[in-house]
Design a protein around this ligand. Structure first.
Ligand code: PRX
Length: 631
């Protein structure tokens, strides 16, 4: 978590929205206030209007919202197909030849796919899935880098109502297996490899290990790229799989609450939770937030630099942009290869107008210096988005000056895997306050409260809560309804986001970090318990405790304290072996930057590790109340 007093003192800066944006924006400062109040006074009416105006329904819903605390349904009885909204309707409305995606990679390869071509490819994949017996509700795990083939696989599932579970292609075999097992996936779609910084990173071999012995996995579909494998048993080549299939498949009307996808995310226990989203509310909300947050205009070129393995990719590379008929750039590669100018060169080349990235990337570029962006023409840019962690005022100002050239709006967007879309944001035509995420989106009634749920005064640190369900809120945690209920039961009456925040006199929310044991490393969410269980599964570690430390570029870095098993001798080699073990268990994002061997760990009398004490000691801050400490 950020140092509170430091953050508070830095964040009194204010910027007016660029006049060029404010003049023609869908939402400006005046209509934001009015519309926000209306949306809060009657969220059902508000969302009903948006859903009618923005989304195609085969049949209108019976009820906008049914809320039986803590369960909720949106647009029930309504029939739609999210891929119809993302593809067919654009093809039918004169955008058949509009580019949906411009794919490029670190070798400068370029592929463009139009809305019509994308629809046809999706239909072929969907027909092939149907042909092998995949039906509505079946789970399909997708383990691929950001490619057109991956997006086709995602949309093909959605077309027929199969639930996709995309697993970030940096996760290890053990982490992938856990997710396949949890979802009991019938099909796994993977790529042979991805390339990063000139190196081939094999993915198919990870899948081989992950699915070993899983009898319910009926097929493994492999995008072989330039590699050719001897395919065995259940394996089939991606293009052979779809080759003979028809490019036509009627979009099947689906009830609004039909599950769309599962996306695993970290919580406070070792096992990740499978956040489940459904088609109707998610389509409406991601469509509308994309349109408003990025103030979409017909000639926009959009680039969200996230990976499709995370929720940002789901909502703002796939569903939100496609539902709006946007043209998006997608880039498979690292941000600093072949050199730290690669992103800026792509913005110049494709004339990107709306750009969306994470603070960790901004800080990385800041470190490498403005000489990189300065070499490129970035004049096409209009709106610069930020997501994943708090953007510190210093990074905000750098982004504003060197990327936005003081002409762009910076929009911070606070949200979560569970929320499906933006919850708090700085709208591009409204006042901007560096370091503060902004104000709530339409229909989102939220507050900063103390542990008793009482609303706190301005600029007081408390817990961020949301008072009512919104259309793209998670519907459950797959197979673990009790974990879903926890979101609404921890602070009775509210959805508890898990974040610490303040609210200022203007209603601007500043996010200070997590209130729980969840870390945010380079914008990636990882549970301390996940890292700890990976550590103790190594045969040399008896106990482990993990904390997050402030890090200049990554936001947080991971430090682990471990107690060795009896008879194990400490050595530098041992630390490397343990790190390697965590990499195998979780993937690179879970590997601690530092591991310290200790003789004991601070615990409560009931045996719970007091990470807070370790953290205070490590950072030299006040240890606070230790009356429950055992020793
Ligand atoms: O702590 C908040 C932080 O990321 C968490 C959600 O992580 P995840 O589900 O992986 O989704 C990340 C992308 C939406 C939040 O609980 N977070 C996300 N965006 C911001 C943020 N913290 C501060 N400012 C943000 N803009």
């Amino acid at each position: 978590m950020a140092n509170e007093s430091e953050v508070l003192s830095q964040s009194n800066l204010e910027f007016e929205a660029p006049a060029s944006i404010a003049e023609h924006a869908h939402i400006n400062a005046v209509n934001y206030e009015k519309l926000y109040q209306e949306s809060i006074a009657n969220p059902e009416e508000f969302w009903s209007k948006i859903a009618t105006e923005e989304i195609h329904w085969f049949k209108k819903w019976d009820k906008v919202l049914e809320w039986n605390y803590p369960q909720y349904k949106w647009f029930s009885g309504g029939l739609l197909n999210i891929t119809y909204n993302c593809l067919d309707r654009h093809v039918e409305n004169g955008k058949a030849n509009t580019t949906a995606y411009i794919y490029t990679n670190e070798e400068g390869k370029e592929e463009r796919i139009s809305y019509l071509e994308l629809l046809e490819k999706v239909n072929r994949f969907a027909n092939a899935l149907k042909g092998m017996g995949v039906v509505k509700g079946d789970r399909v795990t997708i383990y691929m880098p950001l490619t057109i083939e991956q997006i086709v696989a995602i949309l093909a599932c959605a077309r027929i109502g199969a639930i996709h579970s995309v697993v970030y292609a940096g996760f290890s075999a053990a982490a992938l297996r856990l997710r396949i097992e949890d979802a009991q996936s019938k099909v796994v779609v993977c790529s042979a490899y991805t390339k990063r910084r000139g190196k081939i990173l094999p993915l198919k071999s990870v899948v081989d290990e992950a699915v070993d012995g899983l009898v319910y996995v009926e097929k493994i579909i492999i995008h072989q790229r330039e590699q050719k494998f001897e395919l065995v048993e259940k394996e089939v080549d991606y293009y052979d799989f779809i080759y003979h299939q028809s490019t036509h498949l009627e979009a099947e009307p689906m009830e609004a609450e039909t599950p769309l996808y599962i996306l695993y995310t970290s919580g406070t226990t070792g096992k990740p939770k499978g956040v489940l989203h459904t088609v109707g509310g998610y389509n409406v909300y991601t469509h509308y937030t994309t349109k408003i947050a990025f103030d979409l205009k017909p000639d926009d070129i959009f680039w969200c630099t996230a990976d499709t393995g995370w929720v940002t990719g789901h909502s703002y590379i796939v569903y939100g942009p496609l539902s709006n008929g946007l043209t998006s750039v997608i880039f498979e590669g690292a941000p600093d290869f072949p050199d730290p100018g690669i992103w800026w060169s792509l913005i110049e080349k494709y004339r990107v107008t709306k750009f969306y990235t994470a603070p960790t990337a901004v800080r990385l570029f800041m470190k490498m210096g403005e000489k990189w962006p300065n070499q490129y023409d970035l004049s096409s840019l209009k709106i610069l988005g930020s997501v994943g962690e708090p953007i510190n005022p210093e990074a905000w100002l750098w982004y504003y000056k060197y990327i936005g050239r003081e002409k762009c709006a910076i929009i911070d967007t606070w949200w979560q895997t569970e929320t499906g879309g933006h919850m708090v944001l700085s709208l591009p035509a409204c006042k901007q306050k560096p370091g503060k995420a902004g104000r709530p989106f339409f229909g989102i009634e939220l507050d900063v409260v103390n542990k008793q749920g009482e609303s706190l005064g301005p600029n007081t640190v408390g817990l961020l809560v949301i008072k009512k369900p919104w259309p793209s809120a998670l519907r459950t945690c797959y197979g673990e309804p009790e974990r879903f209920e926890k979101y609404w039961n921890e602070m009775p009456g509210f959805y508890f986001a898990g974040d610490l925040a303040t609210k200022d006199e203007d209603g601007f929310i500043m996010i200070l970090g997590r209130a729980d044991d969840v870390l945010n490393v380079s914008g990636h969410r990882i549970g301390t318990a996940e890292v700890e269980s990976a550590l103790v599964s190594s045969n040399s570690v008896a106990e482990a405790a993990v904390i997050g430390k402030p890090h200049e570029v990554k936001g947080q870095s991971i430090k682990a304290f471990i107690i060795l098993r009896q008879g194990v001798m400490s050595s530098e080699n041992l630390i490397q072996t343990i790190k390697h073990h965590v990499r195998n268990e979780l993937g690179a994002i879970g590997v601690p930057d530092e591991i310290e061997i200790v003789n004991s760990l601070p615990k409560t009398r009931s045996g719970k590790i007091m990470r807070r004490v370790l953290k205070a000691k490590e950072l030299g801050t006040d240890i606070g109340d230790v009356s429950t400490l055992e020793d």
